[in-house]
Design a protein around this ligand. Structure first.
Ligand code: HEM
Length: 404
């Protein structure tokens, strides 16, 4: 993919993009009209939507979310005619409202995706079209993330969400972790146990980690699930489904696991062929030498906005791609009976199925930690510019477009 940088001659203004403008406005407005029609039906005739698979009765807050979404999509469409990028960003807010409404609605008729699809395309056309034109006049606005990097990144964000919550559902079926091959009452090899106990004052939840016991009532072991006491290890709000259902949890988990593996392979092929892997991910001696300085810069909240990642970012992403993803996928595979038969050595490498399961769990915790730091860094480094680069691909550098 070509990198859009360099200035235009002074007498040549940035190329206007009437087609992009019309497309962004048109798509956002179609999203708004179809979204508005759905909202109207939800208010006035929800029964008409039942044959379309949209079965939950309307709830005032949810319907308001749908209404707000339609208003933002419409506003985005109109604004895009004058200000392409701003219009796209406003339509994107509509998309987020629509998504929130769909999640709260708990009814996933596929037709609900129609306004969303139009508005997403409208928002992206507006923002990408705007950045493409703007980068022609501004050498600091560079094309940093290609389509495949952006696409796979957002698929992972969604997949990791479902994997985490369905994984906790599966864990709840046996809320203990062991080291070694065996598990059960006859063995003393557990390192984590989450359980409930009956006490005079009522049930309590406890967590035993490496021999130390913690009272975790309310969160782990015993929690409240919509006014009812739940005796699951992880509470209902942290699992998919929210009630005990191992079968569904496994289906969701394996579905998103294969999505993750597939998109990682796509990312890898693209990252190798585009040079992204070598330039931005693989750690070089120069990055290791620059690490102490970069850590100090991060501590002082001084962020460099360059063409590539800083040494600390490279360490984080290299860790994710070279250690965490392979580890969580391989330990996951080594727990599958089919893989045990085909590649018994894989389970052996990890010291047995129970140890593999424990490593899988702790790698999940590492991902949660990565996620918290990742989001904090995006917020601290300048969320608009950072998110812009992962949505449109364009990034405003502080180094005047020089290679960093
Ligand atoms: C569990 C979910 C997530 C994972 C595993 C993840 C992982 C990653 C990885 C590996 C990269 C580097 C990609 C590459 O260069 O090829 C990256 C970059 C990035 N991610 Fe995420 N991410 C997640 C969620 C999010 C979310 C929710 C946001 C937004 C709030 C976000 C914002 C970004 C941004 C802005 C970058 C650009 C790189 C930078 O400037 O540091 N990520 N992420």
């Amino acid at each position: 993919m070509a990198i859009a940088e360099g200035t235009l001659p002074a007498d040549m203004p940035p190329r206007a993009a009437p087609a992009a403008r019309a497309t962004a406005a048109g798509l956002s407005l179609v999203g708004a009209v179809t979204g508005g029609a759905f909202t109207l039906f939800l208010f006035t005739a929800p029964d008409l939507l039942v044959p379309l698979g949209i079965v939950r009765p309307a709830d005032a807050v949810i319907v308001s979310l749908f209404a707000a979404a339609a208003v933002f999509m419409a506003l985005g469409g109109v604004v895009a005619l004058a200000r392409l990028g701003l219009g796209g960003a406003i339509a994107l807010i509509g998309v987020l409202f629509w998504l929130a409404a769909c999640i709260a609605f708990k009814s996933f008729g596929w037709l609900l995706a129609v306004p969303l699809g139009f508005a997403v395309l409208g928002a992206l056309t507006g923002m990408i079209g705007n950045d493409r034109v703007a980068s022609q006049a501004d050498p600091r606005l560079i094309y940093r993330q290609d389509v495949m990097t952006r696409l796979t990144h957002w698929v992972w964000a969604v997949a990791m969400f479902f994997l985490l919550l369905s994984g906790l559902q599966i864990f709840n079926a046996r809320p203990n972790l062991y080291i070694g091959q065996e598990s059960g009452f006859a063995y003393q090899n557990s390192i984590l146990d989450i359980y409930a106990l009956n006490r005079e004052g009522g049930p309590i939840g406890q967590t035993k980690l490496f021999g130390t016991t913690f009272d975790t009532t309310g969160v782990l072991g015993v929690s409240d699930n919509n006014g009812r006491v739940s005796f699951t290890a992880f509470p209902g709000w942290a699992t998919i489904p929210s009630y005990r259902d191992l079968g569904t949890g496994r289906v969701v988990h394996f579905f998103f696991a294969w999505i993750l593996v597939g998109t990682l392979l796509m990312w890898l092929v693209n990252a190798i062929s585009s040079g992204h892997l070598w330039r931005d991910i693989v750690l070089k001696p120069r990055d290791i030498r620059g690490l102490p300085r970069d850590i100090w810069d991060h501590v002082r909240l001084r962020f460099t906005h360059g063409r590539s990642y800083t040494p600390l970012q490279k360490v984080a992403y290299f860790g994710v791609f070279a250690v965490a993803f392979p580890l969580i996928i391989l330990t996951g595979l080594s727990m599958s009976p089919g893989m045990n038969a085909a590649w018994p050595w894989l389970t052996e490498i990890f010291g047995g199925r129970q140890t593999a399961r424990t490593i899988h769990f702790f790698t999940m915790l590492a991902f949660v930690l990565f996620f918290i730091v990742h989001i904090a860094m995006v917020v601290l480094a300048g969320p608009f510019n950072e998110l812009r680069s992962m949505i449109t691909g364009y990034y405003r550098t502080s180094t005047h477009g020089e290679e960093k």
